[in-house]
Design a protein around this ligand. Structure first.
Ligand SMILES: [Zn+2]
Length: 608
């Protein structure tokens, strides 16, 4: 017993020593030691094998390099004015506006004292110019170092940043109320896959004699390991295009390949440049992002859960079909005494028309059948039945990956929320609540919350007629595949035939008389299946939502779009979604929609 303990103790000690050795990679030790046999004195050496480019790169799905470690050039301006900005501009080849703008962007906060030390990031060419004239500019300090460099202006919410390069941002964030919040939530794939990206230094431990000859080693050598490249699922061109449609608006756009769960575009709005967080000369821009009332640094598709609105009628219909509460042929009157209907329409004599017109009373009654029904019993609509049926509804809805994280490869994904019967017992302060007091679930309002990833995944599930792979951003790590959990197929508790029953209604939404008929892609031969949503918001303008997929019979892309305070789902969200579909499926936008595209991009720039 005692011997065993001592042995374990030694093992532990040995590993501690090794750890201690590894934690100081840039020092070579020179401790003399004597060989007990020969009496010769050897020196212990530690040699670190590393490479400034050790960290893996990040590439898009077509192998465009998006993030790489590169040599950057930094110019430190003198602390004390006056600085001849005109002459500085001439030195760098910048006009006076550029000089002023670049210095303003680099100041840590608006109105910072002019003697605050400013650093500017230079191109290799600009650095060359400074070097050439360095004799005339003794007060300028030029330096270079390796840093993560972004080759794209898109994808900030996906790419994230390297924590060790974001120290200035962290310090800056502490000045702001939301600073801690941001710091915890925006590392992107750079943070999520840090362990695989970073690689490993190698250590050699030679014992050397006075002549520098090696006599064995004094500790175990470790090999150098290059960090692995991340191959994203993102198509950077589609990403950049989608970001142009989002612009300064609040909201998200998520596009998935439903067959694989690969995320093709992941936009969190307002959008910003990924380099901003770690660039040494962007403190002023960071201050603006931190202060902005629309919270651009919030990673919306993964972090923020919103009421889905009418797009959730799809899920409720699928569950109601599965549980036998309705059939595809069920008709309900547009009875506005139950709930108001925003659309004037012909009678919804079946599910397809209910979806086409997005009739609120129709789906009020769908859910009512579900919650109040008691299968195989004469006693209908009892307290106990409502509890059982709501719990059953929730069990089926949860199988869509709701009310739990989907497991996307980003830090801190939010689970969203589906109310339980117990939740209502507590919130209503009685077990006696009835359908009337929870009916807003039927139209995707009230307590129910979904993230953007869950919304897009919901569209993918319908596209697949009942199953999904968890949405993910990395399709290959090094030469391997994605993380194992992303190749695991998830099945909902609903039969595929019931999903197939939803598709005609979703196709009808995009056709004449449907809620999004203006966003049809029929002119280019693409049948879109979609559903709009306009989410009532007590605190301001309504939110606009849209989910859909295309082509309807053989889906290759599923999209969810949400504009906070964006107004109508049909006019605001649907056009953006179908243009991303068109871009992905055809590569370009038909001339017919060019004017439309221009108008959307202009609205996006203005942020409304
Ligand atoms: Zn109606």
């Amino acid at each position: 017993m005692r011997t065993a303990f001592t042995r374990w103790g030694r093992l532990l000690l040995a590993s501690l020593v090794l750890l201690a050795a590894c934690s100081s990679p840039d020092h070579n030790t020179t401790t003399p030691t004597q060989d007990p046999k020969t009496g010769e004195v050897y020196t212990k050496r530690r040699v670190v094998i590393t490479d400034s480019l050790i960290r893996g790169r990040i590439l898009d799905r077509h192998d465009s390099v998006l993030v790489d470690t590169r040599l950057v050039f930094l110019l430190k301006l003198p602390r004390r004015p006056p600085l001849d900005t005109l002459a500085l501009g001439q030195l760098l080849g910048w006009d006076s506006t550029t000089v002023r703008r670049r210095i303003a962007e680099a100041l840590p906060y608006p109105g910072a004292r002019p003697q605050t030390r400013v650093q500017l990031l230079l191109t290799a060419k600009e650095a060359q110019r400074v070097r050439r004239d360095s004799a005339e500019w003794p007060s300028l300090l030029l330096s270079q170092r390796h840093q993560r460099t972004y080759t794209t202006h898109a994808g900030a919410a996906v790419l994230g940043y390297l924590g060790s390069e974001a120290q200035a941002f962290y310090r800056q964030a502490q000045r702001y109320r939301r600073g801690r919040f941001y710091r915890l939530r925006n590392g992107g794939v750079e943070a999520y896959y840090n362990g695989l990206l970073k690689g490993r230094h190698g250590y050699l431990h030679p014992l050397l004699d006075a002549k520098g000859q090696q006599h064995g080693t004094w500790a175990k050598d470790t090999t150098f390991q290059q960090g692995q490249d991340l191959h994203l699922t993102i198509d950077v061109k589609l990403q950049a295009y989608a970001e142009k449609l989002m612009g300064n608006r609040k909201g998200y756009l998520v596009a998935l390949d439903p067959c694989t769960g690969e995320i093709l575009a992941y936009v969190s709005g307002p959008v910003y440049d990924p380099a901003t967080i770690t660039a040494p000369d962007q403190a002023g821009v960071r201050a603006e992002l931190l202060e902005h009332e629309n919270m651009p640094l919030l990673n919306r598709p993964a972090m923020l859960a919103n009421p889905p609105g009418s797009v959730f009628k799809l899920v409720n219909a699928a569950v109601a079909l599965q549980l036998g509460a309705i059939t595809p042929a069920t008709a309900f009157p547009c009875d506005q005494s139950l709930v108001s209907c925003v659309h004037h329409h012909k009678p919804a004599t079946n599910l397809t028309l209910g979806l086409k017109y997005s009739c609120n009373p129709y789906f009020y009654q769908v859910m009512q059948n579900l919650i109040n029904a008691v299968p195989d019993s004469l006693v209908a609509d009892t307290v106990a039945a409502r509890h059982v049926n709501l719990a059953e509804w929730r069990r089926y809805v949860r199988s869509f990956g709701l009310d739990s994280v989907l497991g996307v490869d980003l830090p801190r994904e939010a689970p969203g929320f589906l109310p339980t019967p117990e939740y209502y017992d507590k919130a209503r302060r009685t077990r006696n609540w009835n359908y009337r007091s929870i009916y807003s679930l039927s139209i995707g309002q009230g307590e129910i919350n979904l993230t953007g990833l869950q919304m897009a995944n919901m569209a993918a599930i319908i596209a697949n007629r009942g199953w999904y792979y968890a949405p993910h951003l990395v399709r290959a790590v090094g030469k391997g595949g994605p993380l194992p959990r992303f190749t695991e197929k998830h099945h909902t508790l609903i039969d595929s035939v019931h999903f197939a029953a939803l598709v005609p209604g979703m196709v009808a939404v995009m056709q004449k008389g449907g809620t999004a008929d203006a966003s049809s892609l029929a002119d280019v031969g693409i049948t879109v299946a979609g559903k709009t949503g306009t989410v009532q918001n007590d605190e301001g303008d309504d939110h606009a939502a849209f989910v859909g997929f295309a082509p309807a019979d053989k889906p290759k892309i599923a999209v969810a779009v949400y504009f906070e305070n964006g107004g109508f789902g049909a006019t605001a969200a649907a056009p953006c979604a179908v243009m991303v579909m068109e871009k992905h499926l055809r590569g370009y936008i038909a001339p017919k929609r060019k004017r439309w595209e221009k108008r959307i991009q202009s609205r996006a720039r203005h942020g409304y």
